[in-house]
Design a protein around this ligand. Sequence first.
Ligand code: BES
Ligand code: ZN
Ligand code: ZN
Length: 495
Amino acid sequence: MEIICSTEQPEKMVCDAIVVGISQDGVLADSIKNVDAALDGYASKLIKNKEFIAEFGSLKSITTLGKLPCKLVLLVGLGKKDALSLESLRKLQALSIKVLREANAKEIVSALSLVQISNTTISQRTNAVSEGAILGLYDFKQFKNIEKDKQKNVNRLVLLCGESEKKDCEAAIKNAQTICSAVTMVRHLVDLPSNIATPAYVVEQSEKLKSSFDVKVLGKNELEKLGCLALLAVSQGSVLEPKLVILEYGDKKQKPIAFVGKGVTFDSGGVNLKPTGYCETMKCDMAGAATVLGIFKAVSDLKLPVHIVGAMPLCENMISGSSYRPGDIIKGFNGKTMEIANTDAEGRVILSDALSYVDKNYSPKAIIDLATLTGACVSALGSHAAGLMGSDAQLLKDIEEAGTAVHERVWQLPMWEEYLDMVKSDIADVRNTGKPDRHAGAITGAAFLKNFVTVPWAHLDVAGTAYLDEPFWYMPKGGTGWGVRLFVEYLRTLK
Ligand code: BES
Ligand code: ZN
Ligand code: ZN
């Protein structure tokens, strides 16, 4: 879909549909008064007669019957004016473009970026509307045979703006397209099933981006030589070879910020096998790694002046005669020993090697890891926030602020000494589950990871946000690409 901005008057535009926001106070914005007039005041009559109550997300489509060059006007309820935010625009643009695609509209004009929202600029609103449109239209249909003439695609979205705003709005559209293309890549990688998105496949996709940043791939032999025995242990029940992919972008003279992402391409639970109902969606368990790759794609496409390192430990957690076992003790890359209390707590085990590898070899300013780590985090926060834990108050605050700014929100959980003690083992340095069993599951996951970092560190448990069972506004069912927008914002605002 092409997105452009235009200074034309909406009542003169030839298109399939015009999207118009109506606030609950019923006052029509100046920009669409002429549209209403061309319809002989039909829109304002609907509002006056309460046939259209402009509650947030309500829709009413009006066929123009030749009174306007455009075929249809879609009224979108904005709800209460003072509750409006950039997030409202993302949601409403996604909602309306999905409805219009279903109605087979190809050329759409949206007046939503003209909606007045306090403390926002037209370029921020244009960015949000573009994001809502692109992210809202994402679908994962490549494996469905759909006849060509039944495919529905929007070809063009035109966003309205003033003459003096055009340059800024064009830049905002370009920005949204660049970031959303990375988000889309992440969603697609997460949505691909585990028989396709194997560790080797993720490596291949990373190598496709080699012209934008460095990609180094460590295979089984190198991992053995390096002593990454934790990653090897988790993967030993699978016929697929594990990989550790290291990414690097930017000015190597600065100390980097490092991103580490859990890349379990399928999590069966291993010997502590997941029951039916719990493993069907476990192709999502590489979302952390996919997000790291997405961050690199966005940051390099935007040419941000930062130095970042990425690490993606990739493997499957399978059950077989060669699987690692509950009770095993493993010594990983940094020399600490870990007791495997539960083979289903595998994410933290592979992350231990990736974190300590990056910590030792790059001495980063900070390490940020993203992982679909615990069901406990989903129980605590659902899918509206990721769990945030870590060791550095300023780093956590900066991540929180960036998340709030782009509406990818995080919620901090405590990391008190008592929690750190919960992952101590009687027979090794650490245990991969906390004691008592099931207490503070998200925090004990982080408490385990803390043993493998020495620099300022933040852990995001994205088990609830990375993958959805039901679509939500501009988030699809399946992979969401959550985190790319947050960390682009974080890196852009980094002091
Ligand atoms: N990949 C899962 C966590 C998960 C759950 C991700 C739901 C996405 C949605 C992880 O490897 C896991 O199984 N964690 C265990 C840890 C427990 C054994 C300490 C869990 O959450 O039950
Ligand atoms: Zn697991
Ligand atoms: Zn897992």
